[in-house]
Design a protein around this ligand. Structure first.
Ligand code: HEC
Length: 227
């Protein structure tokens, strides 16, 4: 024991691992152990996102066919399906859902994530993610318009020319109108972070910040990702 430098590093490594496990795993669990997990219905009862209503306005016929009317039940259905699509399509291979308190991540993406935010059905299994080929998405809500998301899912390079994100043409019907899964994933994206007090004014800005290319001057970019 402690005979060589290697031993010291080994013991230190194990200690760091144990402390990280206690602080990141056991402690949050102990703090929130008594609190119940929110169901999607409870989330929907807190308010229907205007972007979901907007989908109905943009695609009335298709929306009616897939979701019927705008209601807490149909909003909950879209959120639940959106999460399923996110998991099923493997979006988590390239996107995280956790802003960490390091490396100025809050400057880049918005308020740091807290354990409490993950106590709901839409985070089962938790989708923190460990790779970031693309940006973190947990504060994506209201950052972009529905139209931006739709164009982006149809062909990411049409809005971000250097994008390596794959096309998701199967979120659309033959006419290019989003299908049930397409509407669900957009709703799910717009929900991200909507539970925070800061929403939708992450990073000191307010909507519209992105998505409107015509008004994107120096002012609108200064509210964005740059420190
Ligand atoms: C191969 C990796 C990869 C996969 C898989 C992937 N993405 Fe992306 N995504 C990216 C990259 C890279 C960007 C940044 C460039 C861009 O905006 O297209 C991005 C950007 C985004 C953005 C825009 C974020 C912003 O506001 O700038 C959203 C939203 C998004 N992805 C959602 C998804 C969803 C939902 C899925 C699954 C259906 C998915 N991505 C799958 C790589 C990926």
């Amino acid at each position: 024991m402690f005979e060589s430098r290697g031993d010291v590093f080994l013991i230190a490594g194990i200690l760091f691992f144990v402390v990280a496990f206690l602080v990141m795993g056991v402690l949050p669990w102990a703090i929130y152990a008594g609190e119940g997990e929110q169901t999607v219905e409870e989330i929907a009862a807190q308010g229907i996102l205007h972007e979901f209503v907007e989908l109905r306005e943009s695609f009335p016929e298709e929306f009616k066919r897939y979701y019927g009317e705008v209601s807490e039940a149909s909003f909950a259905e879209a959120l639940r399906l959106g999460r399923e699509v996110y998991v099923g399509e493997g979006c988590w291979h390239c996107h995280s859902q956790q802003i960490r308190p390091v490396s100025n991540e809050d400057v880049r993406w918005g308020p740091v994530s807290h354990a409490r935010e993950y106590l709901n059905e839409l985070q089962r299994p938790v989708l923190l993610g460990s790779r970031r080929v693309g940006p973190d998405l947990v504060r994506e809500g209201a950052l972009r318009s529905n139209d931006w998301h739709l164009a982006h899912f149809y062909k990411p390079s049409s809005v971000v020319p250097v994008s390596v994100m794959p096309d998701y043409k199967w979120f659309f019907d033959e006419e290019g109108v989003p299908n049930k899964r397409g509407m669900a994933i957009v709703t799910y994206m717009q929900w991200m972070g909507s539970w925070l007090d800061e929403y939708p004014y992450f990073l000191g800005g307010g909507p519209p910040r992105h998505g409107n290319l015509e008004s994107a001057g120096p002012d609108s970019t200064s509210a964005g990702a740059s420190p």
